[in-house]
Design a protein around this ligand. Structure first.
Ligand code: NDP
Length: 424
């Protein structure tokens, strides 16, 4: 109590904290997936911090170790020439030559291929943004976690398909997993880690996605363009489709179980179409604490970039009188069965979430490629869980190889189901 009181008194006496003397500004940074939506937002924050510090600091601001991408080589070159990482890595090895040519004459090394991606994650950055989409991000993220650094975790699929493995490695190495997903970041900001027993439960908010009011008939003919047009957030294609099926919230439920010491039956999901309240924590005395903000990923990313300090983020400020109304509703489990599938896979445990995730990745890509319809996504996931889960519920996934083998098995079943549906 004395410490809390003296901290409070010191804060009251010293209200003019210099904004750009943050210790975090010295952090060496690696961004896995720098060309994606989260990656670009992270670089935008770094650009703002660099501009604001300008010549007020001698030391470089957020010096960058590595930037990585999959195929968007032109954007990677552009980012590398502006932000000057030590190395820029393109995962697709066929794109090494254009990357090398684009960086010729600069002080940035070029590298390509899956091994180079792992080496990028192994470099001595103190803060790594894990923003590769899908299970493809698991291995590089694990490499970063094993180094015991700060890992800003945007890639929720990592936790869904290998949550036990990833959190065990983090405990062993001392890595800090900082949640970037806006909901988990909100909980992270208001969760009483010093008194976890005082937490009664969590409330994850969901926007409801672009099809919140659509009928089954309308969703049956939904196009990829309609599915990726999220009403509040601007994000990559895969997570946008996940938001439309509400699988995103299912993945987030599983993610929350790995990040916070709260059992699944104490995690509620409510639809909040305005995406202003990013999530809430219920306490045993009846208090409910929430984090609010405009729907702009730069706010949660900034909270992890400067953690445990805070830095300036250029996100639009919240104007509550302009918003005027915040509404809430129960999710419709009939129209959005993904939520039930995710809860069931948590109950089954073992490899079930890994299977759910793998099948979903295959099905979403199939939908984006116009091979199957929107409603087929969940049909494929359901079928794959039924086929692959049999006898695998209690399966322990102790190593990356265990996870990878099950992931591949599930993908094969999902692809076969997709081929059947595509013909019908
Ligand atoms: P994007 O699709 O916009 O970007 C994905 C990034 O990963 C790109 O840099 C891409 O490279 C790279 N990448 C894709 N596949 C591979 C691969 N096989 N090997 C190596 N790199 C690869 O995704 P988002 O930024 O939207 O999302 C990233 C992660 O963050 C996802 O897990 C998502 O669920 C999560 N997230 C995203 C939010 C958002 O606002 N976007 C919010 C909360 C969580 P390239 O550009 O070359 O294809």
């Amino acid at each position: 109590m004395d410490q809390a009181r003296s901290t409070r008194n010191a804060a009251l006496e010293n209200v003019t904290t210099p904004t750009y003397s943050l210790a975090a500004l010295d952090r060496r940074i690696t961004i896995l997936g720098s060309t994606g939506s989260v990656g670009c937002n992270t670089l935008d924050l770094i650009a703002h911090a660099r501009a604001a510090c300008n010549d007020r600091r001698e030391a470089p601001v957020f010096p960058i170790e590595a930037l990585t991408a999959n195929r968007r080589v032109d954007l990677l070159i552009e980012q590398a020439l502006e932000f000057r990482p030590k190395v820029a890595v393109i995962a697709d090895p066929t794109l090494y030559e254009p990357l090398r040519a684009g960086l010729e004459g600069s002080d940035v090394d070029a590298a390509a291929g899956p091994e180079a991606l792992l080496e990028a994650a192994q470099r001595p950055a103190e803060w790594v943004m894990a923003a590769i989409v899908g299970a493809a991000g698991l291995r590089p993220t694990l490499e970063a976690v094993k180094r015991g650094c700060l890992v800003a975790l945007a890639n929720k699929e990592c936790l869904v398909c290998a949550g036990d493995l990833l959190t065990r490695e983090a405990r062993n190495s001392g890595a800090e997993l900082l949640p970037v997903d806006s909901e988990h970041n909100a909980i992270f900001q208001v969760f009483a880690y010093d008194q976890p027993e005082s937490v009664e439960g969590l409330i994850l908010t969901a926007s409801g996605g672009p099809f919140r009011d659509w009928t089954q008939e309308q969703m049956a003919v939904a196009t990829p363009e309609q599915a990726v047009a999220h009403p509040n957030w601007s994000m990559g294609a895969k997570i946008s489709v996940d938001s439309a099926t509400l699988m995103n919230k299912g993945l987030e439920l599983i993610e929350a179980c790995h990040l916070f010491p709260v059992p699944p039956d104490k995690i509620e999901i409510i639809v909040h179409p305005q995406s202003i309240i990013h999530s809430l924590v219920r306490y045993i005395d009846g208090s409910v604490l929430a984090q609010l903000g405009t729907p702009d990923m730069r706010t949660p990313i900034a909270s992890t970039l400067a953690w445990p300090e805070r830095m300036v983020a250029p996100s639009p400020r919240l104007n509550l009188t302009e918003i005027a109304e915040l509404t809430f509703e129960e999710p419709d489990l009939e129209r959005f069965p993904a939520l039930s599938l995710a809860r069931e896979s948590l109950q089954t445990g073992g490899g079930a979430p890994t299977i759910l995730n793998a099948a979903n990745e295959v099905a979403v890509q199939g939908f984006l490629d116009r091979r199957v319809g929107f409603l087929d996504i969940i049909r494929i996931v359901h079928h794959t869980l039924e086929v692959v889960c049999r006898g695998q519920g209690g399966l322990r996934l102790d190593t990356f190889e265990d996870v990878n083998a099950l992931d591949e098995q599930a993908r094969a079943v999902a692809r076969a189901r997709m081929a059947t549906l595509a013909k019908s």
